[in-house]
Design a protein around this ligand. Structure first.
Ligand SMILES: Nc1ncnc2c1ncn2[C@@H]1O[C@H](COP(=O)(O)OP(=O)(O)O)[C@@H](O)[C@H]1O
Ligand SMILES: [Mg+2]
Length: 261
């Protein structure tokens, strides 16, 4: 397996800053099939990973999130160089985009609607009759000043406008989620590799095992949190290639990377 990292634009022998530690550690741990590439050049269909991808080699990516189109480009470029991507475009969207996993996990997670942003939006939101709404696009919550929690249909609209303004695009579409009361400090990230769940402390909750058996994708993350009644809830899935390792030590996390091999 070869692992691809985005290179540091100021030093092309190193991975970009957030991936520097991981790249260095994975290489020194004996995974010497690591390559770097120019992430921005992908937009111009330029892809020259160094060292080169060998013909027939399985390829895992670790780096910045890519939108659907850019991931498609990455996959096509890897294949063009003779590599075999571990995560297909369909598998990427299955976990990276909320609608990709929502139906199969609806028992575990906040009730959600995927609606077009048109003039009927406020009326549909009003009809839900909820006190509060959690608003995000298919990928990320709103980190700009309004945050993601709306108290009214008009605030839902304002949050959507803010996402579009601050991030430049709404990725995929908008999700309106039922607000749930979480004990935020209890949120934990798990990784699933080929159906096997991994945790940073060796404990895997039953709900995470169930999700691992339901969602069939090669490598993804599962974020769970306790609500105020102490019940475990699923916050979101993510593609493992673009997921932060969060509280995981690098020593534990490389085991997850190695499991992909
Ligand atoms: N339905 C919800 N109700 C209340 N809080 C939520 C809800 N969904 C997510 N959150 C909180 O907001 C945070 C960010 O939401 P999340 O869906 O994980 O988006 P992001 O992709 O930005 O991490 C979560 O870690 C959780 O604390
Ligand atoms: Mg999250």
């Amino acid at each position: 397996m070869r692992i691809l990292y985005p290179e540091n634009p100021l030093n092309k022998t190193q991975a970009d800053e957030p991936y520097h530690e991981e790249f260095t550690f994975v290489r020194s741990a004996g995974y010497n099939q690591c390559s770097l590439f120019d992430f921005d050049a992908l937009d111009f269909d330029e892809f020259n990973p160094h060292p080169r991808i060998q013909t027939g080699e399985r390829v895992l990516y670790r780096g910045w999130m890519l939108n659907s189109q850019k991931y498609k480009t990455l996959i096509a470029q890897i294949e063009h160089k003779g590599g075999v991507p571990i995560t297909s475009h369909d598998d990427y969207l299955r976990c990276h985009h909320l609608p990709g996993w929502y139906q199969q996990c609806s028992n575990f997670t906040a009730e959600t609607y995927f609606w077009a942003v048109d003039e009927e939006l406020e009326a549909k939101v009003e009809e839900l009759g909820w006190d509060r709404y959690f608003v995000k696009d298919f990928v990320k919550s709103n980190t700009a000043k309004l945050g993601s929690i709306a108290n009214s249909p008009s605030e839902v609209r304002s949050i959507i406008e803010q996402i579009a303004t601050y991030r430049g695009e709404i990725e995929g579409g908008i999700a309106i989620r039922r607000f749930e009361n979480y004990a935020h400090s209890t949120e934990r990230r798990y990784f699933i590799v080929n159906g096997t769940p991994y945790s940073s402390d060796g404990e895997v909750p039953f709900m995470v095992q169930e999700i691992a058996s339901i969602i069939n994708a090669p490598f993804y993350s599962v974020d769970v949190v306790e609500n105020l009644e102490g019940k475990l809830r699923l916050v979101e899935l993510g593609d493992g290639q673009v997921s932060d390792k969060k509280a995981w030590s690098i020593f534990k996390f490389v085991e997850v990377i190695a499991a992909n091999a």
